[in-house]
Design a protein around this ligand. Structure first.
Ligand code: PMM
Length: 303
């Protein structure tokens, strides 16, 4: 499909608060412009290749493209702000110009501001405003939707923070505090999306508990984004029975689609994935299925 014929990719008209609210779970396609992300490290590091990849994800059915220039894999070393800008800006600019709904995955206010200038219409901050004190005030000013993820520290040492009394209750409390901080800074509540932050200071068991009790996160009253794609807890679940070795990251897409379906049944607003084609189909099937179930027994959960 040529870029000229790609005006909106079916993303519904924006709400006054800027959040699309379709009748199904949205699909956010991942465009990592990094040399070192765990799942696709280096494949789209060149800006031209990243743009081509983003356009291909749109054609596969992505509603939103999430462009990131910093790997958050456990132990990752942070790039400088200049380097992050150099990676993401040209990609954001070109994808937005092609008509995509572009999100920028950054913890830095300066990068968020420059990306919004370049055409990004959503900011995805894995630190929920904790990494950069300038982020929440900037978001209040920018007025675009803001994803606040549950986070307890930078990747280098984050797994040492994976200590909870009750992971779901603790994550919900900490997300509530982030919402309070965001609203206090002036961000409109209807622009805030929450994310439990799978894999960020979480053990596999923590991730499974959060997924199983996703409705407790949704009960905070904000749209919920789920980022399970290709993460190591899936690799561990599907470890080779003979060797015990985790399933490699590039062979976790079927499991990711299964998580997308289940997250959609729990009312997730959006799922963030690498393999858009399978999840784009999965969320459509889930929405169609759920419509009839709801029609028969209103208000009954699917499972
Ligand atoms: N995970 C990664 C990066 N950004 N953003 C949100 N909102 N939620 C996530 O779970 C999340 C994220 C790390 O995964 P990647 O290296 O495959 O992009």
């Amino acid at each position: 499909m040529s870029t000229a014929t790609r005006p909106s990719q079916g993303v519904p008209a924006l709400y006054p608060g800027g959040l699309p609210r379709p009748a199904r779970t949205l699909v956010m396609g991942i465009v990592n412009v990094t040399p070192d992300s765990f799942s696709d490290g280096g494949r789209w590091y060149d800006p031209g290749r990243a743009v081509a990849h983003g356009l291909a994800l749109l054609d596969e059915g992505a509603d939103i493209l999430d462009v990131g220039g910093e790997s958050t894999r456990p132990g990752a070393v942070r790039p400088s702000a200049e380097e992050e800008l150099r990676r993401v800006l040209p990609v954001v600019r070109e994808l937005a110009a092609a008509g995509a709904y572009v999100s920028v995955d950054t913890m830095r206010a300066e990068v968020a501001a420059r990306a919004v200038e370049a055409g990004a219409t959503l900011v995805n901050d894995v630190s929920g405003g904790l990494a950069d004190p300038a982020m929440l005030p900037l978001m209040a000013q920018a007025g675009v939707p803001y994803v606040a993820m549950h986070w307890r520290g930078h990747s280098a040492g984050m797994q040492a923070n994976a200590v909870y009394d009750d992971v779901v209750a603790d994550v919900v409390d900490e997300l509530r505090w982030r919402v309070e901080a965001a609203v206090h800074a002036g961000i409109a509540p209807d622009r805030i999306v929450l994310d439990p932050g799978l894999g960020f200071a979480k053990s596999p068991e923590h991730n499974w508990q959060l997924l199983g009790r996703l409705q407790e996160v949704a009960a905070l009253g904000h749209p919920v984004l789920v980022g399970a794609a290709r993460k190591s807890f899936l690799g561990q679940l599907l470890a080779d029975p003979a060797t015990g070795l985790p399933r490699p990251a590039d062979q976790r897409d079927a499991a990711t689609s299964a998580v997308s379906v289940l997250a959609a049944t729990q009312g997730a607003w959006c799922v963030r994935v690498h393999d858009v084609a399978s999840t784009a189909d999965a969320v459509r099937v889930t929405a169609r299925w759920g419509r009839d179930v709801t029609a028969v027994t209103p208000g009954t959960p699917l499972f």
